[in-house]
Write a protein that binds this ligand. Structure first.
Ligand code: CTP
Length: 448
């Protein structure tokens, strides 16, 4: 485990967040506020793994303390978002987010409900946290450092970290907040922590109490998204889901839900692609690709219920369902077609998540085809545009067909210049005029 020191900590924090963090600490010093780095970032730093978030704790006896400090500290152009009910605030600037929370106690009126919060001390705040490994704080402002310049822990937290174990701080932890089970699987897997017997007992207790059924779909989905996103920093989604299955949590979330063996390798592959993207993706939401892989082997009725359970609705749910239904046919066609042009027209209509899911599930030859399409072909511009085709007198659906034919021929090396493209377009136009009604005419015969 790392030795705690302010300079070493600074080096471990995400560099882009430092100017904003310095602004907060400066303001805290002006106001003699007690500000600490808390929870996940302290844990990750001491374990020597990448620190991704900057979570700050502002000790105060008014829940507004964190929000007030955030507003006063925010330099021009920095957006402040306050959540008064929870005594928290966020600073947003050019993709950097710093979270501030007022030190607090939490009580849960019902299992699975959001907590009621009231101001508390630093110790209260550490004690309310899910696991010992997260119940750690490091002083940042002068007032916080006044007593000591060292990590402060809830009882046993540093020992947990030393022994690399994940231990609930009290036996009702999962009853209070069942989403902590997803956090447990994610953290245990990513950080290589062993789950203690007391934690297993608390989980069994929550399962017996039936609290998993009452957590809202939005909260579950948020945790699921984090579980998948953690692949970027070394997590393996397939192993985290396997833990949840072994612990009977998946079935408690939705009866019948499991991790089918056939989804394990593709999910692992997706995890690697999240960590080291095989191609540049613009709008890639990895959790959607993960759902495509995880839910594909399940019966369609269960799949629908799981999407509903995770509050995945509307167009997103529909696109996932349709993509799963079409997957095998797509893989078959991808194996059969010949030529880069044909691969391009097969993969062109897919969104980024479908493409990643196909890549994760495909055989090596198919993966090579997808990779070549995603890294080279899809960004190549066809030498003639729709407007060019209209200018030579084409109109209606034949314009689209001619563009398709030109693109295929271009990617296959059959033509390279605009003039050659227009020759082919005229040819396709002529053929479409002479073709029998209802017959599809493109530049070349398509396979698959
Ligand atoms: N926390 C909790 N119970 C939850 C969620 C969060 O007790 N259901 C506490 C944990 O102590 C956690 C802190 O709130 O450290 C901040 O939560 P979050 O930022 O979601 O998680 P991190 O621990 O920072 O985890 P990670 O870095 O892996 O995202």
């Amino acid at each position: 485990m790392k030795k705690a020191g302010a300079e070493a900590l600074r080096r471990a924090l995400p560099e882009a967040a430092l100017p904003l963090l310095d602004a907060v600490v400066r303001e805290a010093d002006r106001r003699r506020a007690s500000v600490w780095l808390v929870g996940g970032p302290v844990r990750d730093w001491l374990l020597g793994v990448a620190v991704r978030d900057v979570d700050l704790l502002v000790v105060g006896d008014d829940l507004a303390a964190a929000g007030d400090l955030a507003e006063r500290a925010a330099p021009d152009g920095v957006r402040v978002v306050r959540h008064p009910r929870f005594g928290t605030a966020e600073l947003h600037h050019q993709g950097v987010v710093i979270e501030l929370a007022t030190s607090r106690r939490e009580t849960y009126a019902q299992a699975g409900a959001l907590p009621s919060v009231s101001p508390g001390t630093l110790d209260d705040d550490l004690a309310r946290r899910d696991f010992g490994a997260n119940a750690l704080a490091f002083p940042l402002s002068k007032t916080a450092r006044a007593n000591d310049n060292r990590v402060v822990e809830a009882d046993g937290a540093l020992r947990d970290l030393e022994a690399r174990r994940l231990r609930v701080q009290h036996s009702g932890s999962f009853r209070d907040d069942p989403t902590r089970a997803l956090r447990a699987a994610r953290l245990a897997q990513r950080l290589g922590l062993s789950v203690t017997r007391s934690t297993h007992a608390a989980l069994r207790d929550a399962l017996r109490a039936g609290v998993f059924g009452v957590v809202s779909g939005e909260r579950l989905r948020r945790e699921f998204v984090k579980l998948i996103d953690d692949a970027a920093i070394g997590g393996d989604p397939s192993r985290a889901l396997r833990l949840l299955d072994d612990w009977h949590v998946l079935g408690a979330l939705e009866p019948g839900l499991c991790l089918d063996r056939s989804a394990v390798v593709p999910l692992r592959r997706l995890g690697r692609a999240i960590a080291t993207p095989p191609w540049k993706s613009l709008r890639h939401r990895p959790w959607r690709a993960a759902l495509l892989l995880w839910l594909a082997p399940l019966p369609s009725g269960l799949r629908k219920r799981v999407l509903e359970r995770l509050a995945v609705r509307g167009e997103v749910a529909r696109s996932i369902t349709v993509a799963i239904r079409q997957r095998d046919a797509r893989l078959g066609a991808l194996a059969r077609v010949r030529g880069r042009g044909a691969v391009d027209s097969l993969l062109g209509p897919l969104d980024e998540e479908e493409l990643h899911a196909l890549y994760a599930v495909g055989e090596p030859k198919l993966r090579r085809r997808i990779l070549r399409y995603a890294t080279e072909d899809r960004t190549r511009r066809t030498p003639a545009s729709g407007r060019d085709l209209v200018e030579i007198g084409l109109s209606g659906p034949v314009v689209g067909r001619a563009l398709e034919g030109i693109r295929e021929a271009f990617l296959d090396g059959g033509l390279s210049s605009r003039d050659e493209a227009l020759v082919l377009a005229r040819e396709i136009g002529r053929r479409s005029r002479t073709a029998k009604p209802g017959r599809r005419v493109v530049g070349r015969k398509r396979q698959g």
